[in-house]
Design a protein around this ligand. Structure first.
Ligand SMILES: CC(=O)N[C@H]1[C@@H](OP(=O)(O)OP(=O)(O)OC[C@H]2O[C@@H](n3ccc(=O)[nH]c3=O)[C@H](O)[C@@H]2O)O[C@H](CO)[C@@H](O)[C@@H]1O
Ligand SMILES: C=C(OP(=O)(O)O)C(=O)O
Length: 427
């Protein structure tokens, strides 16, 4: 199994390109299941999760073709064509490796009138139930049956009716699933308390480009007028605001100066405000953001929340960064119940963090020291990389397959701006 080795203490500087967003890619790819015409996605990041999703689409009968990208390019262009679905099932073996597989439920049901998807179960960061996906689909006419670890959904008469659903709590994935299902329903759908994450906006815009009728994009109330069919389209995946935020933390923790290119600063409001509050210079350009450290970092009080709040997917990276702040920070995680697994690993590198329930108090330390550490989930892994970049000596991060789910060629991007980082295999 690969490990990443970092010799810390280098100041990062230069330009660092940001890839297409994992979380947008994973909801744009299943849109291809809604039409028999091709959907071409540009700026698709090269990630294990994207490959896994392509494999799932293949199992359902869609073809996936990578076009005209050179090995040295970041991102690639993929054309997905689901001329006919040859299966309506997402099997356990795929779903257990990639939770986002649940996002085929809505589109397969809408297209084929039925779908059978393995229940994803929990994952390292929390229980992550799918009850809201199911309730929202029921509200627009699905009939559901649970058996043997699978959910089977049927649209009576072959087509969903549409309907109204108010989410009791905001769910990104459940909003995506019901939107993808509702665009082909017989009647109108109104979704209240919908997630407003930029990835939902990206999804809606792609669906509109495919012929869907959606009002209220970017707000908490989405109104969808079902159409009889969708057509193909070409669509560019939005920049990854979480990857960008992670590298922004890398600039801050190393006292560096990075210009992140190919980003949308408007989607990064809470992250950029938090960096500014920590004393970091943030200069947003048209499609770039410069992040420059200015002396000691100031401590912060941050609470995760749905967009436009501070993203849970940035919590671990900020925690690593705040280990080097001049004072005590308080982080509160409100979205996932078990998202502090990086804390004991950071402690092995000299961090001083106390967790009590949902709240972590991070007391800044003079120095972090390199150590062998283990990645436990995607963003936890990134927090260890960040700590390693700032630590004295060598840090070895194992289980890097977590990172490969969400960071395209991380070691290449970081070495290009001055980090001493390499990937080594065990063999
Ligand atoms: C592939 C993808 O886009 N993943 C993102 C997506 O995950 P995901 O879509 O799984 O996250 P949700 O927004 O659904 O989860 C938010 C909260 O709602 C709860 N919940 C969710 C669904 C449900 O049916 N029942 C329920 O109780 C969850 O356990 C969690 O406490 O949004 C999260 C929150 O921004 C991010 O951390 C993930 O990176
Ligand atoms: C939690 C995340 O992803 P997923 O929902 O795919 O597990 C993440 O991107 O931080």
């Amino acid at each position: 199994m690969d490990r990443i080795i970092i010799r810390g203490g280098r100041r990062l500087s230069g330009r660092l390109p940001i890839s297409g967003a994992k979380n947008a890619a994973l909801t744009l790819m299943p849109c291809a299941l809604l039409t028999d015409e091709p959907l071409t996605l540009r700026n698709l990041p090269r990630l294990a999760d994207v490959d896994g999703f392509g494999h799932l689409l293949n199992q359902l009968g869609a073809s996936t073709r990578i076009e005209g990208t050179r090995p040295e390019d970041f991102g690639r262009v993929m054309t997905i064509r689901a001329g006919k679905l040859t299966s309506t099932e997402a099997p356990y073996d795929i779903v257990r490796k990639m939770r986002a597989s649940i996002l085929v439920l809505g589109p397969v049901l809408a297209r084929a009138g039925e779908a059978r998807v393995s229940l994803p179960g929990g994952c390292a960061i929390g229980n992550r139930p799918i009850d809201l996906h199911l309730k929202a689909l029921e509200a627009i006419g699905a009939e559901l049956e649970m058996a043997a670890g699978y959910v089977r959904a049927v649209a009576p008469g072959g087509r969903l009716t549409g309907g109204t659903y108010r989410f009791p709590v905001v769910s990104v994935g459940a909003t995506e699933n019901v939107v993808m299902a509702a665009v082909l329903a017989k009647g109108p759908t109104r979704i209240e308390n919908a997630a407003r994450e930029p990835e939902i906006v990206d999804l809606c815009r792609c669906l509109v480009a495919m012929g869907a009728r959606i009002e209220g994009i970017g707000t908490g109330t989405l109104e969808i007028e079902g159409v009889d069919r969708l057509h193909g389209a070409t669509y560019a995946v939005m920049p990854d605001r979480i990857e960008a935020g992670s590298y922004a933390c890398a600039a801050a923790i190393t006292g560096g100066d990075l210009t992140l290119t190919g980003v949308a600063a408007d989607d990064m409001g809470a992250t950029l405000s938090a960096l500014t509050e920590a004393g970091v210079t943030v200069e947003a350009g048209r499609d770039s953001v410069r992040i420059a450290a200015n002396g000691p970092l100031r401590p912060l009080t941050l609470t995760t929340a749905p967009f436009p709040g501070f993203a849970t997917d940035m919590q671990a990276q900020f925690m690593a960064m705040l280990c080097k702040a001049d004072g005590s920070s308080v982080l509160t995680e409100t979205i996932f119940e078990n998202r502090y697994m990086h804390v004991p690993e950071l402690a092995r590198m000299g961090a001083d963090i106390t967790v009590s329930g949902r709240t972590a108090v991070v007391r800044g330390v003079e120095r972090l020291v390199g150590a062998p550490v283990m990645a436990t989930d995607l963003r936890a892994s990134m927090s260890l990389i960040l700590a390693g970049l700032a630590a004295e000596g060598e840090t070895q991060v194992s289980r890097v397959y977590h990172l490969d789910r969400g960071y395209e060629r991380l070691e290449e991007k970081l070495s290009a701006v001055g980090a001493d980082i390499e990937r080594v295999g065990d063999g």
